[in-house]
Structure formats: C-alpha cells, structure tokens
Design a protein around this ligand. Structure first.
Ligand code: ATP
Ligand code: MG
Length: 366
C-alpha cells in the first residue's frame, strides 16, 4: 500500500470544533508551518487563533462542501461530530481519524461491545435502551451485588448524562431522570485509581504512547493528571498494549485517549477500559510542558502524514484543570514561577467549565 504524500507546510488543516482542544491543535499546527481552518456550530476560543473559520450546523452539507474545498485534511476535536458530516467530508477530502472511530466512540453500547469484542476487559454493563429494558437490567444489576452508574449512550461528557444507581429498585427513576433515552448501566468499579493512555498512531501504522498519567476526577470532571503514575512495569506495558490494540482495530490515525480503571496488581482484571476518546485528551495536556513534542503536535504530524515526533518526557508533571471561577485567580497563578499557565480565552466562566490548566514540572526521577 502506498501512503499519501505528507502534507507540506502551508497546507491547511481543517478542524471540526472550535473549543480549547481545537485551539491547541491550531497552535501546534502553526508551529509546523501549517495553516488551520475551523468549522464549528458556535463561537469558540479556537476562532481567536485559526486563520479562517466557518460557522454552521454540522448537518449543513453545502457549508461542509465549502469547508472541504478550503482544507487539505480534516480532523476533529470532539467525538460528537455527526457521523454523516464526517462521511460527507470523507468523500471529498481525507478525514483523520476516519469516521469509523467516531461511530464507535459516539455510542457507549457500541464502544463497550467493540472493546470487549477485542478481548479487552471493560466494566460489566448492560444496555438500557427503553423503559421495557429496565426490569431485565435491574435483575442483571442485582447479580453484580454492587451500586451502578447509568450513563446515556450518547452525548455525555464531563460526567454529564450520568446517574448513580444505589440499588436495582432505583433504576427506573434514574432512567426516567436521564430523559428515558438509550443508556448503559455499568457496575460501579472500586478502582485503586484511574489512568489513561495517550497514544498516537501514524498513517504507516506505527504507534507511540506518552507515559501513562494517573487521573483524578471530581464530580465527573477531570481534576488532575500526574506522571509518573506509579504503575508497575508490567501493568504499564499492558495499558499501552491495550491502547495499541484498540488503535490498530480502528485503523486509527492521530492521537487516541484510552481511559482505564486500575484495580490493583492483585486483581484478576487489573485494568478495565472505561472509554475511548478519538482525539487529543485532557489527561495529555501536561505533554505541552513536559515533552519536547506535545500530544497536539503529534496529532497534527499524524494527520498530515508526517513521521511521529518523540513521546519522551523530560520532566515529571502534575496538570490541574482550572474549572469555572478557579481561572479568576490568574494573577496569582501567573506569579507562581513553578507553574506553566494555560488559559483558553473563553469569554464566560461557567460552573464546571474548563477555563484553562496549569502544569507543575519537577525534575524527572530515575
Ligand atoms: P469525561 O468527559 O470526563 O471523560 P464522561 O462524561 O465521558 O467523562 P466517564 O468517563 O464515563 O464520563 O465517567 C466520568 C468519571 O466518572 C470517570 O472518569 C470515573 O471517575 C467515574 N466513573 C465512570 N464510570 C464509572 C464506573 N463504572 N465505576 C466507577 N467510577 C466510574
Ligand atoms: Mg471519561
């Protein structure tokens, strides 16, 4: 198979979505001499830095055609791009990662079945598509002898679209509370901590992974990511292997985030995959400061058909998100010389909104 020629500098990277991930992708693209164009359905911080943008609904095929004519490749910053939009674009211009990754990541039932189908352990789950599924799902949950979490199959992020289910008898009310939309009931996992693998796969199939961060969530939102995570070499290797198998199975190009629960080395299933993100990932933001080549640059390299850059880490790092009004403390954060400060330039600080992040570096241990 001959691979397409790498895109030359000055080529235009088209990005679907205009949020902070797109903004950091635009900045990384610019570092390599590319231009960037955004397609988004709303204003977002990426519009402040992109060379051009189009605003329109993702279903507006005529606007998408206009976008396709203006760019040399298309990528995306979020997994809820309608698959029809990605497929429409893919008939006109290369879309990387391809629409298949979107199709899998957009629906938790499909995603979990896909991952389990690769022989990779996931949390026990059962689909709850409609009210008539509730009784059987509650019986399944009774067998788990554990609390559970009900998650909408589509459009969840930052813990939105989720409800805790303490006992099977609470399931019907939880399902109604989420709007009676198709959902997945998952056993609540008593993990030791959470990790993620930030992998990048090139067009020639080569794969590189950043060091695995340990992630802490609060209220369903990522609070912090720390490297090194303190995993044993065996578990670390297993986590990378799992991410690589998922990326290969999707014939993936670009950065892929794979969120996992770590249950401890003594567990029969030390790692369970929680979900995948077919894009650059919040738990990889520390790579901007602790690595010579960030996840954003490596994503751009991959989608442009360039060789991957190093994923090596030169420092230990702790990344903390600035959520809502936490970013109002920017004068103090800016004065802290141990912090690398990143503010996204969002116009309004709403509760639960990611406004920026800070990374604290420390010399890399042995
Ligand atoms: P994000 O956008 O932050 O990735 P999300 O809305 O897609 O979040 P999940 O990743 O499924 O949702 O869940 C968010 C967090 O809730 C997880 O990182 C974890 O801390 C907790 N959580 C989710 N599912 C489970 C589970 N089965 N057992 C225990 N905790 C869970
Ligand atoms: Mg998640």
């Amino acid at each position: 198979m001959t691979l397409p020629a790498p895109l030359a500098p000055h080529s235009v990277i088209g990005i679907l979505g205009g949020g902070q991930l797109a903004k950091m992708l635009v900045q990384a693209a610019a570092e390599l001499g590319f231009r960037a164009a955004i397609y988004s359905d709303d204003w977002g911080p990426a519009l402040d830095v992109a060379g051009s943008h189009l605003i329109g609904p993702y279903e507006n095929l005529a606007r998408l055609d206009e976008f396709a004519r203006a760019v040399d490749v298309v990528t995306y910053e979020f997994e809820n791009v309608p698959v029809v939009a990605a497929e429409h674009l893919a008939r006109r211009v290369a879309v990387r990662p391809g629409p298949q990754a979107l199709r899998v990541a957009q629906d938790r039932s499909v995603e979990k079945a896909f991952i389990a189908g690769l022989g990779i352990p996931v949390a026990p789950f059962v689909a709850v598509r409609e009210a008539s599924d509730v009784a059987a799902a509650a019986a399944t949950m009774a067998g788990w002898q554990s609390p559970a979490i009900l998650k909408t199959a589509r459009l969840g992020y930052d813990g939105k679209g989720q409800a805790r289910v303490a006992v099977p008898g609470d399931l019907a009310a939880a399902f109604a509370g989420l709007g009676s939309v198709p959902a997945v009931l998952e056993r609540r996992i008593d993990f030791a901590f959470e990790i993620s693998v930030i992998g990048v796969r090139a067009q020639d199939g080569s794969l590189a992974c950043y060091d695995v961060p340990r992630n802490t969530h609060e209220g369903g939102i990522l609070r912090s990511s720390v490297v090194p995570a303190g995993l044993s070499a065996a578990i670390d290797a297993r986590a990378r292997d799992v991410a690589g198998r998922i990326a290969s199975a999707l014939d993936y190009v670009g950065v892929l985030g794979v969120e996992m629960f770590y249950l401890g080395d003594k567990s029969t299933t030390p790692l369970l995959v929680n979900e995948i993100a077919p894009r650059v990932h919040n738990s990889g933001h520390w790579t901007m400061d602790a690595c010579a080549v960030s996840q954003f640059e490596n994503h751009i390299r991959a989608v442009a058909g360039w060789p991957l850059g190093t994923t090596a880490r030169h420092s230990n790092a702790e990344m903390r998100n600035l959520i809502g009004h936490e970013a109002d403390a920017w004068p103090a954060l800016a004065a802290d010389r141990d912090l690398c400060l990143h503010l996204y330039g969002k116009r309004e600080a709403r509760q639960g909104r990611k406004m920026g992040h800070v990374t604290r570096l420390a010399p890399r241990g042995p």
